[in-house]
Ligand binder design. Structure first.
Ligand SMILES: *Cc1c(COP(=O)(O)O)cnc(C)c1O
Length: 230
């Protein structure tokens, strides 16, 4: 077994165990394999091990990987990095999902730039739930007006919320932050019944995220190993 195949199996087992502990079905939680900085060969290994959903943070790198793996139409590509307006077209044209919609201008541009021959782009609103040092994501109070705008845009499909909580070692504190996100997610579902995705949980906080109700965990290191930014 390659190490990526082995890692994937372990992460799947960890998801299943976390789900069972809180009485959830493991199938409710999608594993998004975060392949940023990793070579196409690593993605090939993950595909061979049955992985289908991949997350990329950098537009240009992501677009190159989507092209390199175009022979696999079953793969689902998620853009999960900060998005500048001048890069929105590439995301609209090459990805199936964007997790980082945090302002009206980006939503409008993604809508206008989504090619007519593709299904509507699945979008998540990024919320800044706990990280005072991060400029990414909106405050909880700002969700309703942005959701209202997205719901009017025909080339976007509002699927839910995403957050990157500030790193926190203590499980109880991780859980408290994740529960605030879950509350916001359930409130959004009241207004938009199609909303079904809470993108929450990374390698270090996935257990708390799943306990709180995450439906999609974004796992990089635990699948592909440590990243080398050199
Ligand atoms: C890098 C990244 C991840 C994966 O983080 P790991 O700690 O390697 O699992 C998840 N979500 C986002 C938005 C990221 O940028």
């Amino acid at each position: 077994m390659t190490s990526i195949e082995h890692n994937l199996q372990q992460v799947r087992e960890r998801i299943a165990a976390a789900a069972k502990r809180c009485g959830r079905a493991p199938e409710e939680i999608t594993l998004l394999a975060v392949s940023k900085t990793k070579p196409v060969s690593a993605i090939h290994e993950a595909v061979a091990a049955g992985q289908r959903a991949f997350g990329e943070n950098y537009v240009q790198e992501g677009v190159e990987k989507v092209a390199a793996l175009a022979d696999y139409p079953a793969l689902q590509w998620h853009f999960i990095g900060p998005l500048q307006s001048n890069k929105s077209r590439l995301v609209a044209e090459h990805f199936a999902w964007c997790h980082t919609v945090d302002r009206a201008r980006i939503a409008q541009r993604l809508n206008d730039q989504r090619p007519a021959d593709l299904a509507p782009l699945n979008v998540l609103i990024q919320v800044n739930i706990s990280d005072e040092n991060s400029k990414s994501g909106i405050m909880l109070e700002a969700i309703p007006p942005l959701a209202e705008l997205i719901a009017t845009l025909p080339r976007l499909r509002l699927r839910g919320l995403m957050a990157i909580p500030a790193p926190e070692q203590d499980y109880a504190r991780q859980l408290a932050v994740c529960q605030r996100m879950a509350d916001a997610f359930h409130a959004l579902q009241q207004d938009y019944p199609d909303v079904d995705t809470l993108s929450l949980g990374m390698s270090d906080d996935m257990d708390a995220a799943i306990a709180a109700g995450s439906t999609m965990v974004r796992i990089g290191t635990a699948v592909f190993g440590a990243r080398d930014y050199a």
